[in-house]
Write a protein that binds this ligand. Structure first.
Ligand SMILES: *[C@@H]1O[C@H](CO)[C@@H](O)[C@H](O)[C@H]1NC(C)=O
Length: 232
């Protein structure tokens, strides 16, 4: 009687531990997934006054929803007024540059990443542009920015349609480590496979070979044990 109670207690404990391990594992996997696909909000500032040390003003925000899928939403923080249009035109007349800089929202003092393009390119593009954002491997911060206006070569003509607002496309890039050929391991594996074939047997341990069949059986046994215990 006593030993039966002990046994069922041990069994119950094992079951609880198995449950906890499962839940823990799932939670961990979920977290990692979230972590790798961190969201970030970026503020874009630009300088329409020109000159070597121009003043920057906030222009747009880019909310990156998913680094993996490249999903980003752009919101413009200001109206494109005729005043701004005149400023851009005067940059074009002086053959000056259109400068932008980007920072991580909430981290203004951590530094900017910046880029520029010829003002005439942006003007002749009718403010159509593409931002290339380079994001670190974790997807938590922006490490570089590129600005590509729709028009690549200035022709000295205005846009076909007067611009009413920036027309921004965002492309997210993150450094994926390039695959490195691992020749030594490959050759070793090939050798091992050849040997195995020659010997005609599988040298792995019983557990290594059949774990995928054993684990479900063990789990089923653990979880179905409960009913019998209660009846006893
Ligand atoms: C916005 O830019 C894209 C290319 O980046 C272009 O194909 C599209 O016509 C532009 N839309 C407007 C309204 O300018």
């Amino acid at each position: 009687m006593f030993s039966a109670i002990m046994a069922s207690k041990t069994e119950a404990m094992i079951r609880v531990i198995a449950c906890l391990l499962l839940i823990f594992g799932a939670a961990n996997a979920f977290q990692e997934e979230d972590f790798l696909d961190g969201q970030l909000t970026l503020v874009v500032e630009d300088a329409l006054d020109g000159g070597p040390d121009p003043a920057f003003t906030p222009r747009s925000t880019i909310h990156v929803r998913s680094v993996k899928s490249g999903n980003a939403v752009v919101t413009h923080m200001r109206q494109w007024t005729s005043e701004l249009e005149e400023k851009l035109k005067s940059l074009v007349e002086r053959d000056d540059l259109y400068r932008v800089r980007v920072y991580h929202k909430g981290a203004e003092d951590k530094g900017y990443v910046s880029t520029f393009t010829k003002a005439c390119q942006l003007y002749e593009s009718g403010l159509s542009e593409t931002f290339n954002l380079m994001v670190d491997t974790v997807g938590s911060s922006v490490v570089g920015v590129g600005l590509v206006p729709f028009v690549a070569v200035c022709l000295g003509e205005g846009p076909e349609v007067p611009a009413v607002q920036h027309n921004t496309t965002v492309i997210i890039r993150s450094p994926t480590p390039a695959p490195v050929p691992d020749t030594a391991t490959y050759i070793e594996k090939m050798e091992a496979m050849k040997n195995e074939k020659a010997e005609g047997k599988d040298n792995r341990s019983f557990l290594a070979k059949y774990w995928m069949y054993i684990i479900p059986v063990v789990l089923i046994m653990l979880f179905s044990g409960g009913g019998q215990d209660g009846a006893r």
